[in-house]
Design a protein around this ligand. Structure first.
Ligand code: NAD
Length: 432
């Protein structure tokens, strides 16, 4: 099939690479010329595990290409995937639809034969109707259907998740469009469940899923607070809970709060949609509020530990919002670092992948280390904020020799608590 993809971000790019690998001809369009130039030169603007090889292979065999021309991507395509951003509106915090509306309007005039327009972006309920209307106004003779094809991939695992989806959700009000999508996803037949439902239901599945996962994180963080007060250990509690198949072990790791480009904005958008439809989504509203407080609370924990130290030097390990990605958007680390900077802390940070993106957000307000040992040198306290596996390998004896003060706040429970204490560290994990 010929596929056009609008937007070459964290969703559009791995999806394009994956669909090309499955044998489709994929043309990705983005309005940022520098990004497209990079892609055309065989360079990836984002880091995703396992993407480079497939990306280069499919460019070389001619199945994957990039352009700034909407016409080239859309004309003659069987399926056009919309994968542009839906950031929070600066005032209302609902999903800002300006990129979706612009993409729908721009693509309309290039629709020639029957085309399925599939929304991969996370969009509010009813967006399919809006896209349909925008296209019809712009191109009265266009033959097309709009479907919802929500994306569930995880950043850092996007390629893995493309080829191993838990489920494929298709929101379609048209049998013809459903058949096209069945054909597109034929390679997954028998391997994963494909759910067909009304367009509005599919649009809701994505928000309901993300809000639930965010709530699960908030819940385990509250349980961690409880464990800290009572002498229980959240690591054992989470294990005990997670083995219950009704609960599941994933998303039961306490930490500095959820972040990233999806959970914060999707919970806010869902809460807004609830209010707009006179349904107060109390669990989601609370989750949003408590998650914001969580980051301030973590910054205060760190500052409290060094309140006696003049001009404390803080080593931060981890800037990305989670491991496996270079994405710092809404990263808890960004907020915690900013809160600590307000108290005149000197911060030296290291992240295996996210240094460039963090520098775009934090600039020269902090210093950046070349590796984790350089980050801890002369530090009064070490704070671990992202769950990179590499941090687990820290040699605590060396760390102890390099640091000025032997204090650790391990927000991801990565280090061996007993060992740290035996080496004389003032070690504090989460919920232990
Ligand atoms: P992103 O910001 O990384 O990428 C969006 C891209 O779209 C940008 O490169 C931008 O230049 C381009 N774009 C915007 N308008 C355009 C237009 N009119 N024409 C051409 N290109 C245009 O965003 P993302 O993280 O890939 O997210 C995209 C959508 O997918 C969002 O709705 C998001 O909620 C959803 N989603 C994201 C993830 C994730 O892990 N990032 C997972 C599932 C769903």
């Amino acid at each position: 099939m010929k596929i056009g993809i609008i937007g070459t971000g964290y969703v559009g790019l791995p999806t394009g690479v994956g669909l090309a690998e499955l044998g489709n001809t994929v043309i990705c369009v983005d309005k940022i010329k520098e990004k497209v130039d990079m892609l055309k030169n065989g360079e990836l603007p984002i880091y995703e595990d396992g993407m480079t090889e497939l990306f280069q292979k499919n460019i070389a065999n001619g199945r994957l290409s990039f352009t700034t021309s909407m016409k080239k991507a859309v004309e003659g395509a069987d399926v056009v995937l919309i994968a542009v951003g839906t950031p929070p509106h600066p005032v209302t915090k609902e999903a800002d639809m300006k990129y979706i509306h612009a993409a729908a309007t721009e693509l309309a005039e290039y629709l020639t034969d029957y085309t399925v327009i599939a929304t991969k972006s996370t969009v509010p309920v009813g967006t399919g109707d809006d896209i349909e209307q925008l296209i019809s106004i712009r191109n009265k003779t266009a033959r097309f259907d709009v479907i919802s094809l929500p994306e569930f991939l995880r950043e850092g695992y996007a390629i893995h998740d493309f080829f191993n989806p838990d489920r494929i959700v298709v929101g379609s009000n048209s049998e013809k469009a459903s058949q096209v999508i069945k054909e597109l996803y034929k390679p997954f037949e028998g391997k994963t469940e494909m759910l067909f439902m009304k367009r509005r239901s599919a649009e809701t599945v994505k928000y309901a899923s993300n809000a639930f996962l965010a709530m699960k994180i908030h819940y385990i963080n509250e349980m961690a607070n409880f464990c800290e007060k009572t002498g229980a250990d959240i690591r054992d509690v989470a294990k005990g809970m997670g083995l219950d198949s009704r609960i599941g072990a994933k998303f039961l790791n306490p930490g500095p709060g959820y972040g990233g480009s999806c959970f914060p904005k999707d919970t806010m958008a869902m809460a807004y949609m609830g209010r707009k439809n006179d349904v107060y989504l109390s669990l989601i509203e609370t989750t949003i509020q408590k998650n914001a407080e969580r980051k301030k609370e973590i910054a205060n924990r760190v500052l409290k530990k060094v309140e006696e130290v003049e001009n404390p030097k803080i080593a931060v390990l981890g800037l990305a919002f989670k491991d496996g990605t270079d994405d710092c958007r809404e990263s808890p680390a960004m907020e915690i670092v900013s809160a600590m900077l307000e108290q005149d802390a000197h911060i030296m940070a290291y992240d295996p992948k996210a240094m460039k993106n963090a520098a775009l957000l934090l600039g020269d307000k902090i210093s950046y280390a070349d590796d984790m040992y350089q980050a801890v040198k002369d530090a009064d306290i070490l704070v671990i904020l992202t769950e990179w596996k590499e941090f687990k390998t820290l040699d605590l004896e060396t760390v102890g020799d390099l640091m000025k003060g032997k204090r650790i706040i391990d927000c991801r429970n990565l280090l061996d608590k007993e060992k740290a204490i035996s080496l004389g560290f003032d070690y504090q994990g989460i919920g232990q």
